[in-house]
Design a protein around this ligand. Structure first.
Ligand SMILES: Cc1cc2nc3c(=O)[nH]c(=O)nc-3n(C[C@H](O)[C@H](O)[C@H](O)COP(=O)(O)O)c2cc1C
Length: 381
């Protein structure tokens, strides 16, 4: 049972012990709780954990370039390895101007600007920022991808994922990118930034496995503003492959509502299991490289079917593994009835992140409540 889920799979120079990946998930937790959560997900049998949003350049937040940041990432990879999984670093370059963030900081602190409003304010600046970036700055950022990849490897990461959204996604998008030079205009030109980022990593680390988070947007109905239009995939996918990508992690592009890319069960359009898999079908037509699906992948039967049919080669999960880090173990041992299935409520995961309380699951509350109830019962008896 669930033979495909539990079968190993090789991408580039690494072999994953099974087909399940923890999708990049920034958690906003204190260090010890974060490491504990990553350890639990690794112990639960997941083959690889992708650490979200690892900065490409030096950053006022922790980055690979400072001693403190480097040691933090090393602790992360050690925790993941000690618990039996591989670690991937998602190299991330923001497309928000830091000076704008500083401008809005007082409003955020006083609560005048809510997180959702901040997102809209920042999104409104993306097009001007991307369109106005100088060649010199672009070269610095591209070099940064190579340097950050080398540091990530030194910190113990086994795989590099390039965040194909954010700055790569904004360059890719005809909605945001209004440049008139070789980085703008035609789909081939708009693919140049992402391809140069991939090539920089490939040059710096010829043998590393490079996964690319391919951010797709669609029309009719319109979803996603950054990223690559479905119809443009035939241009982008081969170029990215030539640049050195080993696999694609395919999802909806960002910069619309966060609840589109992290859709709740009540989402009007992306409510079904495997809600972004139709994008994978299109990518599958264009390349022989492995394709990883993500988005409401929860039930073992459904996931096994998608893998077995060859529709996808790998399945990534974020909220399901937050809800039940032992998904893989329980699936492998036939204890599927004991799985805690993600309900897609988004209350404590996305909700927790937006409320700056850190990412949790409603399950944590249920368990805490049950524990205190049983404690009360013991005290009473
Ligand atoms: C709390 C939270 C944080 C996330 N952080 C990131 C991130 O740092 N980078 C990223 O590319 N995607 C991030 N995602 C998106 C997930 O990787 C994934 O694409 C999305 O949640 C859909 O998958 P799911 O249905 O399995 O949750 C995040 C998702 C959640 C719920």
């Amino acid at each position: 049972m669930y033979e495909t889920i539990n079968s190993p799979f090789t991408i580039g120079s690494v072999t994953l012990k099974n087909r399940i990946i923890f999708a990049p998930t920034s958690m906003g937790l204190k260090e010890e709780e974060y490491l504990e959560k990553l350890g639990a997900i690794a112990r639960g049998g997941t083959a690889m954990i992708i650490i979200g949003d690892v900065p490409v350049l030096k950053s006022p937040f922790l980055s690979l370039y400072s001693r403190k940041g480097f040691l933090r990432y090393r602790r992360i990879t050690e925790t993941i390895h000690q618990n039996g999984a591989l670690a991937a670093a998602q190299l991330h370059m923001s497309d928000s101007q830091f000076s704008r963030l500083i401008k809005y900081l007082p409003g955020m602190i006083t609560g005048k600007i809510k997180p959702d409003e901040l997102r809209i304010l920042l999104n409104n600046t993306v097009s001007d920022y991307i369109t106005g970036l100088t060649d010199k700055r672009i070269s610095e950022i591209i070099r940064g991808f190579g340097k950050a990849a080398v540091l990530a490897k030194e910190a113990g990461f086994d795989v590099i994922q390039i965040h194909g959204d954010r700055m790569c996604g904004s360059f890719s998008s005809s909605i945001y990118n209004r440049r008139k030079d070789r980085y703008g205009g035609s789909p081939k030109n708009r693919a140049r930034f992402a391809c140069e980022a991939v090539a920089a990593v490939r040059r710096a680390l010829p043998d590393i496995t490079i996964d690319f988070k391919l951010a797709v947007r669609q029309e009719n109905p319109h979803y996603g503003n950054a990223g690559i239009l479905m119809e443009e995939l035939p241009v982008f996918v081969p170029l990215l492959e030539q640049a050195g990508v080993n696999s694609f992690h395919v999802t909806l592009a960002n910069h619309s509502d966060l609840s589109d890319t992290i859709p709740p069960a009540s989402h009007p359009y992306f409510h079904g299991e495997g809600c972004f898999l139709s994008y994978c079908d299109e990518v599958r037509r264009l390349t022989d490289l492995p394709v990883c699906g993500v988005g409401r992948l929860c039930s073992p039967d459904f996931v096994e079917e998608q893998l077995k049919s060859g529709r996808i080669q790998l399945a990534a999960m974020s909220r399901q593994l937050i809800a039940d880090p032992e998904w893989v173990k329980k699936t492998a041992s036939g204890s599927v009835s004991k799985l805690f299935k993600c309900t897609g409520c988004n209350r404590e995961c996305l909700g927790g992140m937006q409320a700056h309380k850190g990412v949790h699951c409603i399950r944590d509350h249920i368990q805490t409540k049950n524990k205190s109830l049983s404690h009360e019962r013991k005290v009473v008896s």
